[in-house]
Design a protein around this ligand. Structure first.
Ligand code: NAD
Ligand code: MG
Length: 401
């Protein structure tokens, strides 16, 4: 079997590292073609020494120098070509020598290379949900036009993908399917008294009960904006209307999501909460291969609980509903406002409970346009970031209300 060439965008992150762990189990199937990192050059250099990619991409010229020095010290200069900046990300995501692209950059920075991979007809493993939320129509059109294969890595969407019938729908959910249910752990603050939300620290918000993830998605899980983003992600991936997607709290994170059929059957995918499972599924699809994750023992888990979402505790989910129903650039505006608010919270410039109110105020302030071009999406993203920063700035010292 010829080895398939893999590009990992965001190789040094949580998903990127888990992907490399899975790939290391299957050297006969995959070779690492390109790896990218934003700032963590030391980790990237260790990955380069282990996997010998043809290209490594970093964001800044000084980091390229640093990486080059580290590889030279290890006696491995010339083996990996070092590239810099956003165009280089698009190049390694779309070039003829790559077969599979793991899109695992966090946030809007991942949009352009993910779109480039889709336009070039690659097998795109999508972890970067923000890219799809921002530009759902563009990305799905690009996939259809180029014949790219888009496979969801987000555990809920990977579960839905595994639980749907094999024949795709011809507009809308496939025949016989009535609804999709996304499960949500509820994050670290499912039971925390609401009165304590203003005092939540970044460290507490990043301590997820079931998953070890990057800081941005950890905060999104704590506010449940993550589930809002995933609602929008599900609408695009599966051609569902927002009212066909339910959310249920499931604190154990064992049932990763469910599909309900018109006859009352419910098909779900279960497994230990370990991202190597959906990553290995998406890499090998339609085959199966070992992921390195432990096998699930239901007897050991014992109890699986389910409960409704409390909209007062987690107002971010309703904001996402509103954004997908409004359509156009509204989800991109919501995403950008959330990115700015989460960043401000992580650097202690915004209270945890104010994150949804910043998003809500930006949604009210920035006009929605049609999202029919990359330029329109990027303009909405920029306008929303401006609006969010102005809000934060005007409220410095007294927090946004
Ligand atoms: P992370 O913060 O651990 O890693 C992010 C990666 O993106 C790093 O390699 C970083 O160097 C790179 N990056 C960050 N900013 C960049 C920029 N401006 N330009 C270029 N590269 C940049 O995040 P993560 O937890 O691995 O999540 C990655 C994506 O996958 C997110 O969109 C997240 O929502 C999604 N996701 C993650 C998980 C999980 O379990 N971690 C689960 C589902 C979906
Ligand atoms: Mg998820």
């Amino acid at each position: 079997m010829e080895r398939r060439a893999l590009t990992i965008l965001g190789a040094t992150g949580s998903i990127g590292c888990s992907t490399l762990e899975v790939v290391a189990l299957h050297p006969q199937r995959y070779r690492v073609h390109a790896l990218s990192a934003h700032r963590n050059v030391e980790k990237l250099s260790r990955q380069c020494l282990r996997f010998a990619p043809q290209y490594a991409v970093v964001s800044f010229p000084e980091d390229a120098q640093l990486l080059s020095g580290l590889l030279r010290e290890a006696g491995r200069q010339g083996e990996t070509e070092i590239l810099v900046g956003p165009e280089a990300l698009c190049k390694v995501a779309s070039g003829a020598e790559t077969d599979i692209v793991m899109a695992a950059i966090v946030g809007a920075a991942g949009l352009e290379p993910t779109l480039a991979a889709a336009r070039a007809g690659k097998r795109v493993l999508l972890a970067n949900k923000e890219a799809l939320v921002m530009s759902g129509a563009l990305l799905m059109d690009a996939v259809r036009a180029s014949g790219a294969v888009l496979l969801p890595v987000d555990s809920e969407h990977n579960a839905v993908f595994q639980s749907l019938p094999k024949q795709p729908g011809t507009g809308g959910l496939p025949a016989g399917v009535s609804r999709i249910t996304l499960t949500a752990s509820g994050g670290p603050f499912l039971r925390r008294p609401l009165a304590e939300f203003p005092d939540v620290t970044p460290e507490e918000a990043c301590r997820h009960p079931n998953w070890a993830m990057g800081r941005k998605i950890s905060v999104d899980s704590a506010t449940m904006m993550n589930k809002g983003l995933e609602l929008i992600e599900a609408c695009w991936l599966f051609d569902a209307r927002p009212e066909q997607v339910d959310i249920v709290i499931h604190p154990e994170s064992i049932v990763h999501s469910l599909v309900t059929y018109v006859d009352g059957s419910v098909i779900a995918q279960l497994g230990c909460p370990d991202m190597r499972v959906p990553i290995a599924h998406a890499l090998a699809y339609p085959d199966r291969m070992a992921s390195g994750a432990p096998q699930l023992s239901l007897a050991q888990v014992g109890t699986l609980r389910f409960e409704p979402l409390d909209p007062e505790r987690f107002p971010a989910v309703a904001l996402a509903h509103q954004a997908i129903r409004a359509g156009g650039t509204c989800p991109a505006i919501m995403n950008a406002a959330n990115e700015v608010a989460v960043d401000a919270f992580l650097s202690s410039r915004l209270r945890f409970d104010r994150i949804p109110s910043v998003v809500e105020q930006v949604l009210r302030a920035v006009p929605v346009q049609s999202a029919d071009s990359l330029a329109a999406v990027l303009a909405a993203d920029a306008a929303a970031r401006d609006a969010a920063r102005r809000l934060l700035h005007s409220a410095t010292g007294e927090h946004v209300s």
